[in-house]
Design a protein around this ligand. Structure first.
Ligand code: F6P
Length: 361
């Protein structure tokens, strides 16, 4: 049994990180009698003069409903850099990190993160350091788990935004465009679009055509609905074109919503407005589901370490938390299946994805 374990949070924050930290600390101390150390600002906290903090039952008291992460996080730094705008794992300073971990008497790590952070965790595993990953991202794009915590809260927020846009769109007979996050996948747009009654959902997996967007707006006019709500994933692409980047060097997606607004206004003559939901989807308190999932992930991660597992990630499969190899977790992105059930359901109830041949699908 390990005497002391460390925990860190990496990548963009997501609602539910503190729920996981709390569950890890309570399980490690309460159930297994281990000590817990929090590493600050992702893996950066174990370089140079390490930035660590002792975690006790008291220090995690009251953090379950809190957004963000009490440990801080980073999605850039010595462990993840960008070259020509593309993320890559440089010659990781793993030797220095391992020396510091030894000095701090941290014998194993629990790492909370998305694809990038878990890829780094995998490198520690390859060097023989005991490590368990916990999948986190509002984008829900990790292939080896059915859900990541943070996603459900993000959908709630995007759905509420759509509900609110609905009433103002209807009052002014406007086309409203809501741009949501999700990187290269359309999970947030698809789920929120269904829950928030969007008329058009634009996702990276189904490139859109403006003719189809305009056709849908016109069809609605004819049937007496003089407004249209569009939800667009930040990574959505027009047929034959690439994604929109706010900052291509930093690989920050964004801008597709305003582009659509301009074109739709020009092509339909209808007043249009665009709202970029941005980091509101990541901030604030996790919903009940993400608190529950985060808590279960955290406790299961400690149990996995205590049972001698390493190089694994906890994952949700058929409503049970299991462990899968970290290597599998970072292999592929989980994208929306274009002929999957949810897309079919959306089409069946009259939602358009504005594919070029949409009316024939
Ligand atoms: O991966 C989570 C995410 O919120 C993406 O949906 C989004 O593209 C990105 O992070 C934004 O990153 P940053 O916080 O660095 O702007």
């Amino acid at each position: 049994m390990y005497k002391q374990i460390g925990i860190l949070t990496g990548g963009g924050d997501a609602p539910g990180l503190n729920a996981v930290i709390r569950a890890v600390v309570r399980t490690a101390i309460g159930e297994f009698g281990m000590k817990c150390v929090g590493i600050e600002d992702s893996f950066e906290g174990i370089l140079g003069e390490p930035q660590v903090t002792k975690l006790t039952m008291k220090s995690v008291s009251g953090i379950l409903p809190r957004g963000g992460t009490i440990l801080g996080t980073r999605n850039r730094g010595n462990f993840v850099k960008l070259i020509d705008g593309k993320p890559f794992i440089p010659d990781l300073p793993i030797d220095e990190a391992l020396e510091n971990l030894a000095k701090l008497e941290i014998e194993a790590l629990i790492v909370l993160g998305g694809e990038g952070t878990l890829a780094i965790a995998e490198q520690f595993h390859r060097r023989g350091f005991p490590i368990i990953g916990v999948p986190k991202t509002i984008d829900n794009d990790l292939a080896a788990t059915e859900l990541t915590f943070g996603f459900m809260t993000a959908i709630d927020i995007a759905t509420e935004a759509l509900d609110r846009l609905h009433t103002t769109a209807a009052s002014h007979d406007r086309v409203m465009i809501l741009e949501v996050m999700g990187r290269h996948t359309g999970w947030i747009a698809l789920h929120a679009g269904l829950a928030g009654s969007a008329d058009i959902i634009l996702i990276p997996e189904i490139p859109f055509s403006f003719d189809s967007v305009v056709r849908k707006v016109r069809e609605r006019e004819k049937s007496g609905s003089r407004f249209t709500n569009i939800v667009v994933a930040e990574g959505a692409k027009e047929v034959g074109k690439s994604e929109f980047y706010k900052d291509p060097n930093a690989m920050r997606l964004g801008g597709v919503g305003s582009y659509i607004r301009e074109k739709v206004e020009e092509m339909t003559g209808k007043e249009s407005r665009c709202v970029v939901l941005g980091h509101l989807q990541r901030g604030g308190s996790p919903n009940a589901f993400d608190r529950m999932l985060g808590t279960n992930f955290g406790a299961c991660a400690v149990r996995a370490l205590a049972n001698g597992q390493t190089g694994k990630m906890v994952a949700l499969k058929a409503a049970e938390v299991v462990t899968v190899p970290l290597a599998d977790a970072v292999l592929n992105l989980k994208t929306v299946m274009v002929d999957g059930q949810l897309v079919r359901t959306a089409r069946d109830i009259g939602i358009s994805f504005a594919a070029p041949n949409e009316s024939k699908l």
